[in-house]
Design a protein around this ligand. Sequence first.
Ligand code: SLL
Length: 162
Amino acid sequence: GKRVKGIQVFRPFVYGTTAKPFDDVTNPKPPGVPNEHTHLWTVFVKGIDDVDITYWLRRVQFKLHETIPNPIRMIDGEKGKPFQVHETGWGEFEITIKLYYVAESGEKPQTLYHHLRLHPYGRTEEEKETMRLGGGDIISWTYEEQIFNEPYDAFYDILTSG
Ligand code: SLL
């Protein structure tokens, strides 16, 4: 196929983690979760406001810390759903996120790195509060724009027909 010359297509998305400390009232520890685990957390890649991105993103590989069983998690896209993994644990670490694009794009996979945040940090309480959602969840989210530079004809049609 031919490439569309001089064209760049931008698609916004967000990736990151949301963590919830276990507590007896609002987030009790499910049976079977080890004693030393302090948090329930989720790592995700998704569209802004949960808009579908599976027309350009096919699958996502999340590489977790080696202390976690089956640390390599491959998640295939399901229309309108986030690419995500839920886990429990006690420690922060760097998650490697590999993005696999739809075949029509001809794009090679791309790697992102994300620090799983379980504890808010900052010099002041106010700074720490910026990392907490209303319910107390600890968030670390990054807004990104995927750039497709001179996409193939067929992929350009897919990108712009949504
Ligand atoms: C630390 N460098 O020492 C980090 C490592 C590892 C976190 C953190 C294990 C969960 C499980 C878990 O939370 N590992 O056992 O399933 O802080």
